[in-house]
Design a protein around this ligand. Structure first.
Ligand code: CTP
Ligand code: MG
Length: 242
């Protein structure tokens, strides 16, 4: 199933799909988490700002819960389409892919709920995307001991934490295997919680590159506080450097 890619990276067009179409139920409240204010701006703007800074990214498709959507596009000229998401994350990925420019050959899929991504992480995902794999994803090693337990809560097996990873977004893929594995996942009635699962289930090879432990996903209220603290710390460090 693995297909060698013949497009040299330097000639490939990279587009990002930013998923901001969820309801944010675990965080609670009336406003979906991606539209809450974080460090002075809407949470999803943090990702758009990083995409604007990444020279490799040519265009961005923004996936939102409903249309019309009032995006002040001024600061984000790379946003080429705003589309309505689906009922599930996978459904929103499908909608986002429909908004891609025709010439996009590499697609970066990112959760707007991860506002702390860095341009460096995007660069290392793209650098790792070679002819020997169809996608690259950021993985962070686990520091706790990992156990497999029975439904009753009794430890059954010790897992080797060297072999398991916490996986984040953005995730980078060649467009054709991404679209093909999405088609297969939908046809089989599967719902993949992240895109790399669709690819591996379809037999494509996905490489893990070093992720960033601070690239957290805002899921519950405490994550918002943490994200705010990390951004404050970054701002003060940048202030010292300048
Ligand atoms: N997402 C989406 N469309 C959906 C579901 C999720 O675009 N139908 C997006 C979310 O906006 C988020 C990312 O996928 O940026 C990761 O999903 P998650 O953290 O689970 O966000 P929500 O589904 O919004 O939150 P919850 O599961 O707590 O309702
Ligand atoms: Mg969800």
């Amino acid at each position: 199933m693995e297909v060698a890619q013949s497009v040299p990276m330097s000639l490939s067009r990279v587009a990002a799909v930013l998923l901001a179409g969820g309801k944010g139920e675990r965080l609670g409240g009336n406003t979906p988490k991606q539209f809450l204010e974080l460090a002075g701006r809407p949470l999803y703007h943090h990702s758009l700002e990083v995409f604007e800074r990444c020279a490799a990214i040519a265009s961005v498709v923004l996936v939102v819960p409903a249309l019309p959507f009032d995006l002040n596009c001024g600061p984000f000229p790379k946003v080429c389409a705003v589309v309505k998401g689906g009922e599930t994350r996978q459904g929103s990925v499908a909608q986002g892919l429909l908004g891609l420019p025709e010439d996009a050959e590499i697609v970066l899929v990112h959760d707007a709920a991860r506002p702390l991504l860095s341009a460096g992480l995007v660069d290392s995902l793209l650098a790792g995307l070679n002819s020997d794999c169809s996608g690259t994803i950021p993985g962070v090693p686990l520091e706790d001991a990992i156990k497999k337990a029975s439904e009753e809560g009794f430890v059954e097996t010790e897992l080797d934490r060297q072999q398991v990873w916490r996986v984040q977004t953005p995730q980078a893929f060649f467009r054709r295997p991404l679209e093909e594995s999405l088609r297969q996942s939908m046809a089989a009635g599967r719902e993949a919680p992240d895109c790399s699962q669709m690819l591996t289930q379809s037999g494509y090879r996905v490489r893990i590159v070093p992720g960033d432990p601070l690239n957290l996903k805002v899921t519950r209220p405490a994550d918002l506080l943490l994200a705010e603290l990390i951004l404050k710390d970054r701002a003060s460090t940048e202030g010292v450097v300048q």
